[in-house]
Design a protein around this ligand. Structure first.
Ligand code: MUC
Ligand code: MG
Length: 369
């Protein structure tokens, strides 16, 4: 049934250095998975991560090796099964590897949706919105450059919400940088910060108090991945929204955080969740626990971005919007028709499957040999 399963590492420079507490990116390595069936369908998935092993537990290289060594041979033995049965067999035979599992699942769902002649969102339960709001991340590392970049985005009606990457400088310096940007952009522009787990609990108490007083709207992943107790104490101590990102690793960890109300918002990432279906399950746990939702990214290219958009389009509420801007951070597009970003939102394609067409010549030129 499956003729081939290919994993391609596609290296694309970013439009400027993207500075985060965990890594500074000058290029992004997209991890693309292409599954071809015996009867001629082609499905795409993505397992992109950030900063090699700096962010998650899988690197582009480990995803490629694991898919080629374990997932692809297994898939070739699974014929005549539906998507759910195939995913169950994968889970039974392969531990962990959430990013690789997400890419494989996305490609399988892309194929299945094409067979049914429906957009991918429809086999995840159905879309509730045709587009999703998209914020922009200011991470040049320079206050003046960030302000100019934000003003350009607002004028072009591309983004009117901004997330600032902090955590690599002392708390006071980071706060000064954030509040200068908030003041320059004005009270109607929502500013959030992502600490990428760089603060101790005491740093967080100091920093969050100052940012809350300065009118900032949300604090993302202030403390260490495993320090769920600190996340819970901070959520209870402050009025400002505290969002779990790296700590959220799928439905089980969503449940663990939700049962103690360890954050007020969840950043749902399909790769961190282990798949689109699991991303929707994380959202359901949040909804049941009264936790707000935000659609996160691993700075994927167009495949992972639009797959995430299909999943997020099914969420009943998406109070904090999304950060599905990954393709806009790259200097090259790998689609025949670019994704549609307009009026501060990303349109969700209406064609069958993912609803995008990849430019395979371009991919061939950009891929690591
Ligand atoms: C993260 O931690 O949120 C998402 C946007 C961005 O700039 O970096 C990623 C990772
Ligand atoms: Mg984050």
């Amino acid at each position: 049934m499956y003729k081939s399963v290919e994993t391609l590492l596609v290296q694309i420079p970013t439009i400027r250095p993207h500075k985060m507490a965990v890594a500074t990116m000058q290029t992004q390595t997209l991890v693309l998975v292409k599954i071809t069936t015996e009867d001629g369908y082609v499905g795409w998935g993505e397992a992109t991560t950030i900063g090699g092993l700096g962010y998650g537990e899988e690197s582009p290289e480990s995803v490629k090796v694991n898919i080629e060594t374990y997932f692809a041979p297994l898939l070739k033995t699974l014929s005549g099964l539906n998507v759910a049965q195939t995913l169950r067999a994968i889970k039974k035979n392969i531990n962990g590897n959430r990013f690789a599992k997400c890419a494989i699942q996305t490609a399988l769902l892309d194929i299945q949706a094409q067979r049914l002649n429906q957009p991918l969102s429809e086999i995840l339960g159905g879309h509730l919105r045709n587009s999703v709001p998209v914020l922009w991340v200011l991470a040049s590392g320079n206050t003046e450059k960030d302000i100019a970049e934000a003003q350009k985005m607002i004028a072009a009606k591309r983004h009117n919400i901004f997330k600032l990457k902090i955590g690599s400088r002392p708390v006071e310096q980071d706060v000064e940088h954030v509040l200068a940007i908030k003041q320059a952009l004005g009270k109607d522009i929502s500013i959030r910060v992502d600490v990428n787990r760089a603060w101790s609990e005491l740093d967080a108490i100091k920093g969050i108090q100052l940012l809350q007083d300065g009118g900032i709207d949300l604090i993302e992943q202030p403390c260490a991945i495993d320090n769920l107790d600190a996340m819970r104490r901070l959520t209870q101590r402050f009025d400002i929204a505290i969002m779990a990102d790296e700590s959220l690793m799928g439905p089980q960890s969503a449940y663990q955080i939700a049962r103690q109300h360890g954050s007020s918002v969840f950043a749902v990432k399909v790769a961190q969740s282990g798949g689109l279906i699991e991303g929707c399950e994380v959202a359901k746990v949040a909804q049941l626990a009264g936790i707000d939702l935000y659609g996160g990214t691993m700075l994927e290219g167009p495949v992972g971005t639009i797959a995430s958009a299909h999943a997020f389009s099914t969420f009943e509420s998406l109070a904090y919007g999304t950060e599905l801007f990954g393709p806009l951070l790259l200097t090259e597009d790998i689609l025949k028709t670019p994704l549609q970003y307009q009026n501060f939102e990303l349109e969700i394609p209406k064609g069958p499957g993912l609803g995008i067409e990849l430019d395979e010549n371009k991919i061939d030129n950009l891929r690591r040999q």
